[in-house]
Structures are given as structure tokens and as C-alpha cells.
Write a protein that binds this ligand. Sequence first.
Ligand SMILES: [Zn+2]
Ligand SMILES: [Zn+2]
Length: 295
Amino acid sequence: MPNRENGRTNRIGRHLPTSGGLKNTLQKAADQKCETIQIFVSNPQQWADPTPRPDAEAFVKSKDELGIHPMVAHAKYLINLASKDESQRGKSANALARELVVAGELGVDFVVVHSGSHGGEGEEKGMERLVEGLDSARELAAKFAGGSRVAEPLVENSCGAGTQLCSDLDSLASVLRRADVRCCFDTCHAFVSGHDLSSPDAAKETGKEVREKLGDGIGIFHLNDARNHFGSRRDGHARIGEGKVPEDSWTAFFGELPGIPLVMETPYATPEVDADQIRRVKELVGGLRIQAGGL
Ligand SMILES: [Zn+2]
Ligand SMILES: [Zn+2]
């Protein structure tokens, strides 16, 4: 177990809306005492390219002043780099590239992208396409950015529904190695796809296995409780303590995975409940005080 006497090592935050303007987003982050946040930089349900934000510069300055890092964006849900349809693959790589560029302009560190679905052509073919798609998105992004900074893509593990890729640690690890990328590991997706978090002992074992197989290949965690059963392969995020995972499982799980930021994607409630969730998670994973230096 890591030594937590000097304070907590995992930074804590959540996804926040940008609909009221980026200034508002940061105000919410400050109100809830988030140390990291996730946003959308484009409409996640549509193919339209992200539009440049006039408030980008002010956003970068104030998130640095507030000490919010890493800054995370979630890519469009429509993106499927592993699609069996060539034009969908092209569209997906292009869309991800645009998001990496716009995210870079906003000082975003990571863009989380779903691992996608092979659509019936087999896992190996799908993984090959995913790896190619990640390569091509990064190449395109570098070209679009013309030397400016671009964000780093993180591949997210899936629930394993239908023909979704990367629900198990071995296939995720294989994509990370082959594409030379890191991942975002979603705890709800992990639980419903058969990674046991149903007791502290089970969660500790799962945490060890995740560390052994993914190690420094994890950029961030999506910390979500699960509405659906263990192994059900059905997504559905619940607030921490309100789903199928007991609260003390999180303490055991993240005890094995120090230093990695946790970003919640749980349903919004009132500002008080949202702030309370952040505080509760901090307590569960090592205390309110974050360890000074090095994080
Ligand atoms: Zn997620
Ligand atoms: Zn999900």
C-alpha cells in the first residue's frame, strides 16, 4: 500500500458543462473544489467541427491560476476509429484530429476517445483499425496545428457491449502498446464488463491487476459507480455510493493506483450535492489534503 500519511495523491474532479461559457465552467470547478475537470470541446452528438472559442485565452489563464490540471476533454461519441466502414473511419480520424487541435488551444492535456466497435469483423481487425486510426488522427492533428501544441488522446475501455473493443485489460494493454498511447480507465465500464469491485478485497485485487497490466499507461480514471450489475455489460453511471459498488471498494482500489487523476462523469444534482461528492471521494481515496509537490 502506498504511504498516504503525507496526504492524498490522486487529484479529484468531474465533467462539467460549458453551455454557460467557459468562465462559468471554471467558477463551478472552483465552487466544487475540483482539482481536475473534463469538458466537451465540440458537440459530442454531431459531426460538426469544433468552433474556436473567443474566451480560450482567458480560460487557459484562469484554469492555471486555479491550479486545475490535468484538463481533460471528451471526444465526440460518434467517433469510431475501428469502424468496418472506411468513410466512417476517415471521418472519425479527422474529427478526433480537430478535437486534439482545439483542445490544445484551450490548454487541454488529454482528449478521451472511445475504443470503438469492430461491427462484426472481428476483434483483431478492429484493433488493427483502431491503432491505424489513432496514428492517422495524430498525424492529421500535427498537420492542422502547424507546430502549435496539440492534446494527447487517451483511449477509453468499453463495457464490452455488442462488438465494442477493449473491455478487457489485455486487449486494452495491447492497443496501448501498439499505438503508443495511454488510456482513460472507466471504473463503471470495468465493473460491468467483469472487473470485480463488489468488496474491498475484490477491489484491491482488481486494482493490483490494473496496475500490473496497464501501469503508467493510465492517463486518468473515469470514476463512475455503476447502475447495472457486475458483468452485465450495460453502461449507466451512478453517483459514488449510489450504485452497485460499495464506497470502501474505492479506497481499496485506488490504494493500489496512487497519483492518477480521477474524473467523475456522474449525474449532476444540486451544487451542494455535487460539491459533496467531490469532498466524499477525496476522503475515500486518502483525505482532503493533496500531497504537496510532484503532482
Ligand atoms: Zn467514461
Ligand atoms: Zn460510460
